[in-house]
Write a protein that binds this ligand. Structure first.
Ligand SMILES: Nc1ncnc2c1ncn2[C@@H]1O[C@H](COP(=O)(O)OP(=O)(O)OP(=O)(O)O)[C@@H](O)[C@H]1O
Ligand SMILES: [Mg+2]
Length: 502
């Protein structure tokens, strides 16, 4: 049977309202057999966030982990915003059982989120990020985290029809965001209400989850672990929370989810003190080094700039673009770089045949690299022994650090062992670029530890530790934090590192 495309609707197969004009009409194949007239449906790409399956893919985690995903993404954003504004972060985290809903609220003292950024984030056709296209040691760089945060309450909603609610209070505006889905058109229906409020510093994001559908593994201990690990990897962070360890606070109300689930609130808020002020670390808005980019990375960054210009932004001159890189702020160096590409005046000049020309980008990158010196690893930010000693107050801390550079890209690895009689078993604290990760980031790679007497080999940090000296029943904390601008992940959840030649 041959098929041909036509713009007419077939009378046998009346399209649903989601069907767009292209229909497929069968052409007789010589027999009188009735055949299915298929319609060409178009499904909105925006739905990538609105089903459990799609959202699990987007977040890289199944629904059990979503409450933790929300907390982590909001913490990352709060820290990044404060660092960008050179403000020592003071973050307040509140978790509240409000009957039908459970709320997660994260408030920071940063510059706040601009109203137009909120509007852009609610456009589910695009990604909105000031980090995604840059290569740097940032906490995360997917560019869609808040979109997932906004749609998790919708997907976990038990009401009919489903509905999820979030709120952002910042820069004198309360944005109330209600997420629904048009079930017929299969399109998001986002209600975004803005109300003027008293202008306060920072940003406060509240997310409401349906209490009846919150996954069982959603336990206060896990939240506490995440929060204390943020403190562990961020010496400049002052963190306040209404959560406290089981048994040490006041428990309000019975849990709807059974005995294993217990939320503990405290009258006097828990407080994690900052151990340094003005801590030097690489900030998300620091200039990035050309030495950290591959040709593809630089191409992606330039394409993003060109796309922005096509949408009404400014088409940057090559000189302006080059000046945004570390080591290339002097006029002499900028001139040296751009003089080798005389035909390129503006970034849009890199486009030929509808794409950014890779060969030209490669020349540009080579020029930029030749004018730049490698970034010393200590510039990325050292957490340091003193901070760990303060975090594990009164306990003996064995700390070790390795710093260096591979192919002109700096790295720092910090490891600490802390015996703790209160533990029942060994407790790992993994961190990448100043944010905790929920599992061993090197689990998929074989590690070797050479001592003078013998060699130890194991799979991942946990595997190596068990081969070396650590028994799972040992009462110790093992802290392992790595900083590197070019982490590549195997999973969308950004937890398992891809370790190739790097
Ligand atoms: N607390 C905040 N204060 C100020 N700006 C914020 C805050 N939270 C988010 N933003 C802005 O919203 C943008 C989108 O945040 P989102 O978390 O979706 O993406 P991202 O942080 O850029 O990357 P990732 O997906 O890796 O988290 C950020 O790039 C930032 O500009
Ligand atoms: Mg983010």
């Amino acid at each position: 049977m041959a098929l041909k495309l036509t713009g007419n609707y077939s009378k046998h197969n009346k399209p649903t309202p989601t069907a767009k004009v292209s229909q497929v009409e069968s052409v007789k194949d010589g027999t009188d057999n009735k055949v299915l007239h298929r319609s060409m449906f178009e499904t909105s790409r925006m739905l990538e966030y609105f089903t459990e399956r799609e959202l699990s893919y987007q977040t890289g985690h199944s629904r059990e982990a979503w409450p933790r995903v929300i907390l982590k993404e909001l913490m990352d954003n709060a820290l990044d915003a404060c660092e960008n504004a050179s403000v020592d972060p003071e973050i307040k985290v509140e978790l509240r059982d409000e009957g039908q809903f459970f709320s997660i609220v994260v408030e920071d003292n940063g510059p706040g989120i601009q109203p137009e950024v909120v509007t852009k984030i609610l456009d589910f056709r695009t990604k909105t990020s000031d980090k995604e296209a840059y290569v740097s040691p940032t906490r995360g760089a997917q560019g869609n985290a808040l979109k997932t945060v906004f749609t998790i309450p919708y997907v976990l909603s038990a009401s009919t029809p489903k509905e999820g609610t979030c709120e952002i209070e910042s820069q004198g505006i309360r944005h109330t965001i209600k997420v629904r889905l048009d079930m017929i058109k299969q399109e998001p229906r986002i209600e975004h209400k803005r109300v003027e409020i008293v202008k306060n510093q920072g940003c406060r994001v509240s997310v409401w989850l349906d209490n009846t559908t919150i996954p069982h593994s959603f336990a206060s201990e896990q939240f506490l672990q995440i929060l204390s690990d943020y403190h562990l990897f961020n010496p400049h962070l002052a963190l306040t929370t209404n959560l406290r360890k089981r048994g040490t606070g006041k428990c309000i109300g019975a849990s709807p989810l059974g005995a294993n689930y217990e939320l503990i609130y405290i009258d006097n808020e828990g407080y994690y003190k900052a151990t340094v002020s003005n801590w030097h670390k690489w900030k998300p808005n620091d200039f990035t080094s050309p030495l950290w980019y591959s040709t593809d990375d630089l191409k992606k960054l330039i394409a993003s700039h060109v796309a922005l210009a096509q949408d009404g932004g400014r088409d940057l001159t090559l000189r302006e673009f080059v000046a945004q890189f570390r080591g290339l702020t002097s006029t002499a160096k900028q001139k040296a770089v751009i003089s080798r590409l005389p035909r390129i005046k503006r970034l849009s000049d890199f486009v030929s045949n509808g794409d950014v020309d890779s060969a030209l980008i490669s020349v540009l990158l080579e020029n930029m690299r030749s004018q730049t010196r490698p970034v010393p690893p200590q510039n990325l930010g050292i957490i340091g022994e003193e901070h760990f000693v303060k975090c594990f107050e009164g306990r003996k801390v064995k700390y070790t650090r390795k710093m260096g550079g591979k192919d002109n890209i700096p790295f720092i690895v910090e490891v600490a062992y802390i015996p703790d009689e209160d533990l029942e078993e060994v407790k790992f604290h993994f961190g990448l670029n100043f944010a905790p990760v929920s599992s061993d980031p090197l689990q998929s790679c074989s590690l070797l530890h050479e001592t003078r007497k013998e060699n130890f080999e194991g799979s991942g940090i946990k595997g190596l530790a068990s081969r070396y000296k650590v028994d799972c029943k040992d009462k110790i904390h093992i802290v392992c934090h790595m900083t590197y601008p070019r982490f590549r992940f195997k999973d969308r959840g950004k937890t398992i590192l891809e370790v190739g030649n790097e």
